[in-house]
Design a protein around this ligand. Structure first.
Ligand code: C2E
Ligand code: MG
Ligand code: MG
Ligand code: MG
Length: 278
């Protein structure tokens, strides 16, 4: 084992790891630059459909980094990097700013729903998160009731009581709130009862078997029933088949998101999508 191996220290930095580290350091400074210049970063939008009215009643803002050399870099790679290096707050501010520019355009096209923005666990450690968000929004035509904030369970690990206070002040400021990727990671039913949120987004891993296994359907329905008993709206993530949508409708799910409706789209493509979807 590593402890008793005299060469363990050298093995900590093999050539591959050194390469990875170099890439991380480079990406960090480039991301920092992109945020300062507000270049190469784009916000794409993925639609949500209400299963009662069947209307597109929401959009999720998802960031994209068009790296000048490496091409499109997935948020799955650079969001964790931004979280480790503290750049995530600037990422969040950038997304909020961009949403404030795009929403008036969408309103003119007749979109009436909310846009949701992903908030990172590290944003919860900012002493002035609520005010920072309000300051950006105040400079635009957008109001807090136009925006939903998506928060993953990871945000609740550190200081649960602090999180409840913060969620309450975000809610008092007028934001809608949702729990993202529910059922993964730090999942506990007991904390769910204490969360002041409007919607629970059930992680896409639960939808995969839905059309193939009665067991999976029972588990899914159980999750929906618990959420509804606690007065939350339920959204199913990752819906990519019509059969899944039909089952979700039957078992009382309120809304869906996923490739069945659309992949995330740049604003111009989204405007086209909304025109044909209505
Ligand atoms: P998320 O918030 O759970 O977003 C959903 C992710 O699932 C998106 O990936 C979306 O493209 C993908 N997805 C949606 N429907 C389907 C489907 O039917 N099948 C499959 N296979 N995938 C689907 P994306 O855009 O790559 O984002 C990945 C994650 O990165 C997001 O997960 C979120 O946690 C994070 N992220 C993205 N943008 C931001 C941002 O602006 N701020 C923060 N803090 N995190 C972000
Ligand atoms: Mg999300
Ligand atoms: Mg999610
Ligand atoms: Mg998910």
């Amino acid at each position: 084992h590593a402890k008793s191996d005299p060469l363990a220290k050298e093995k900590l930095f093999n050539p591959q790891q050194e390469k990875n580290l170099t890439r991380q350091v480079l990406l960090e400074s480039q991301l920092n630059q992109a945020l300062d210049d507000e270049t190469d970063l784009e916000i794409w939008y993925q639609p949500k459909q209400n299963l009662h009215s069947m209307e597109i009643n929401g959009l999720e803002a998802l960031i994209r980094w068009r790296h000048p050399v490496d091409g499109l870099i997935s948020p799955a790679e650079f969001i964790p990097l931004a979280e480790r290096t503290g750049l995530i707050c600037e990422v969040t501010d950038f997304v909020v700013k961009q949403v404030c520019q795009d929403l008036p355009v969408l309103r003119k096209q007749g979109f009436e729903g909310k846009i949701s923005i992903n908030i990172s666990a590290n944003d919860f450690l900012r002493p002035n998160l609520v005010q920072a968000l309000l300051d950006i929004i105040a400079e635009s035509e957008v109001s807090t009731s136009d925006i939903e904030l998506e928060i993953t369970e990871g945000a609740f690990i550190s200081d649960f009581n602090h999180c409840i206070l913060l969620l309450n002040s975000l809610r008092e400021a007028g934001f809608a709130l949702s729990i993202d990727d529910f059922g993964t990671g730090y999942s506990s039913l007991s904390y769910l009862t204490r969360l002041p949120v409007d919607t629970v987004k059930i992680d896409m891993s639960f939808v995969r078997e839905l059309a193939h296994s009665p067991q999976a359907e029972k588990i899914y329905k159980g999750m929906i029933d618990i959420c509804k008993a606690l007065k939350f709206k339920v959204l199913a993530e990752g819906v990519d088949q019509d059969e899944q949508r039909t089952i979700l409708q039957q078992i009382g799910c309120d809304s869906i998101q996923g490739y069945l409706l659309s992949k995330p789209l740049a604003l111009d493509k989204l405007l086209g999508y909304l025109n044909t979807a209505e």
